[in-house]
Write a protein that binds this ligand. Structure first.
Ligand code: FAD
Length: 502
């Protein structure tokens, strides 16, 4: 017989949604366990910037931001396709409440994060309405908490430990974990959940593979699946038509392959949006991995002929969708000049070492644009750059409108008539190979306004909840602004915790 452990609530996964559900359930007196596949907590959430799109909270009020639930409702109403009105309303009403509930705990403190939203639409707040957890020093944290949090992406991929100051997603996971273990919560690492325990219709626990065999973890109240998407499962990606590749995804290696989603489907759950992800251009790494890249300050992105096809300063999900929209764009080449000393004029997480890129051929250097065009077989490149440089001189991108939105100019630093339009004219020139990366898939289990997992007939499976990228996103195929993956995950996590507490 497998070893069995009994709790009130089993939370599968340990990202922002999982840890919010776990903390709030434990705080309400429910004995809660976090069951995590790897030996580190936090998943992709720990790699993240920790931005949380949670409109209308006290944090924005404190910062004097012109944000409100009403303006967020207007914004979502203007940009979403086919929204589920009940779930959107539940999200909007719960967002300020979850922030208030979290900030009741001294371990959890948030602040406003200036970062523009991704659409110029009614209800948008200038410079954004996202919030983030404040930084926390490693020596402020209990040792068992500090040691468990997954390091930032560049250090994790290099096999290094975390920094002395935890910021962004690391701070979010550390702060939630701190409160959870202080309140008596239990953490099981290196447990891969691949089955659900059922009694009749009801889900009563999980089955997990461990280094010591299979274990059962029983849940008297319910199970919350918050185990990411299936971005690291290439077979599923191909089956459901998710653009990109498992190897280019930003989820930590060995994490999100969708076993808990499959287990829920086995228990009768419906799924939706299975071809969707949170996309981004990915700087290809010498080892073939991808790297989340945003905030281009100069340079142009070209297709297999050397032609531009979109505004390079678009919000990253929108640029990623442009990459996937036509053949010949994956890979693309990002062509830049030497004005930043041969470094990529953008934020890439991780960037990698330029010398290693050049040695691996993921970057190519040329003394002239013609040389790059010849070496990479990009015949239109010289003409493309000449045309773009003309736009930079005029301050107007006549082809793709780069520089026309506040998001475009947020990261840009040019000193011409439009600071997002910087000429590519300082040799030597570089071309960096880009693939389509993602911050996770966002199709999965269909849930209701209480985060209960639904069957295809709309009935709830008793005892089963889902949030984050394990669930079909409430925002559908749209990425409204910074912090939406985490913010929506945290809201539905808190609704699950409330429902579980009855
Ligand atoms: P994850 O955070 O990936 O957590 C899933 C966890 O479940 C993992 O630890 C995994 O090991 C575990 N798991 C998987 N399968 C199993 C199993 N079978 N059994 C047990 N455990 C399992 N989003 C924002 O909202 N704001 C940002 O600022 C932001 N910045 C980002 C910056 C970077 C560099 C990256 C890469 C992403 C960023 N994102 C951001 C996106 C965001 O981090 C993710 O989309 C989101 O965190 C996913 O949350 P999740 O809980 O669904 O999955």
């Amino acid at each position: 017989m497998p070893e069995a452990q009994v709790f009130d609530v089993v939370v599968v996964g340990s990202g922002g949604g999982a840890m919010t559900a776990a903390h709030l359930a434990q705080k309400r007196g429910l004995r809660t366990v976090v069951v995590e596949k790897t030996d580190k907590l936090g998943g992709t959430s720990a790699y993240s910037g920790g931005a949380c799109w949670l409109p209308g909270s006290d944090v924005q009020q404190r910062a004097g931001i012109a944000d409100s639930t009403e303006s967020a409702r207007t914004y979502l109403g203007a940009i979403l396709d086919h929204p589920d009105r009940d779930k959107i309303e539940a999200f909007l009403l719960q967002a300020p409440r979850v922030v208030a509930a979290l900030e009741e705990d001294p371990a959890l403190v948030f602040e406003w994060l200036p970062f523009p939203e991704y659409f110029d639409a009614p209800g948008r707040v200038s410079w954004g309405r996202s919030i983030q957890p404040t930084n926390v020093r490693r020596d402020e944290l209990p040792a068992e908490v500090a040691g468990l949090v997954r390091p930032p992406v560049e250090r994790d991929r290099a096999g290094e430990g975390g920094r002395n100051t935890l910021s962004g997603g690391q701070a979010l996971i550390a702060r939630l974990l701190w409160a959870f273990v202080r309140d008596g919560g239990t953490v099981l690492t290196s447990h891969c959940v691949d089955g659900l325990l059922r009694e009749g219709e009801r889900v009563v626990g999980v089955r997990a593979r461990t280094g010591d065999g299979v274990v059962e973890v029983h849940a008297l109240r319910g199970v919350v699946i918050a185990a990411g998407g299936f971005e690291r499962n290439q077979a599923w990606r191909s089956e459901h038509g998710v653009p990109g590749d498992a190897a280019w995804s930003m989820a930590p290696a060995g994490t999100n392959a969708g076993e808990p989603i499959a287990a829920a489907v086995e228990a009768g759950a419906a799924t939706d949006l299975l071809d969707q992800g949170w996309f981004c251009p990915g700087l290809e790494q010498p080892d073939g991995g991808g790297s989340f890249t945003l905030g281009f300050r100069s340079g142009v992105m070209v297709d297999h002929e050397g032609r531009r096809y979109a505004n390079e300063c678009l919000p990253y999900d929108r640029f990623g969708r442009a990459m996937a929209a036509a053949p010949g764009r994956i890979p693309s080449w990002f062509v830049f000049d030497s004005r930043e000393g041969g470094r990529l004029p953008a934020i890439a997480m991780p960037e990698g070492d330029p010398a290693e890129h050049l040695a691996a051929g993921t970057w190519v250097r040329g003394d002239s644009l013609q040389e790059l065009a010849d070496r990479l077989d990009l015949p239109a490149l010289p003409e493309t750059v000449e045309r773009f440089n003309g736009f930079a001189e005029k301050g107007l991108d006549e082809d793709f409108g780069r520089g026309s939105d506040e998001y475009d100019t947020f990261f840009a630093g040019g000193d011409g008539p439009d600071k997002a339009l910087v000429p590519v004219d300082q040799p030597p020139f570089y071309a960096a190979r880009f693939v389509l990366s993602d911050l996770g898939t966002k199709g999965g289990l269909v849930t209701d306004a209480h985060a209960r997992v639904l069957r295809s007939d709309g009935s709830a499976i008793p005892g089963l909840y889902a949030t984050g990228n394990s669930s079909a996103s409430v925002v559908g195929a749209v990425y409204p602004g910074p912090g939406v993956p985490l913010g929506t995950a945290m809201v539905f996590a808190s609704l699950a915790a409330e429902d579980l507490a009855g």
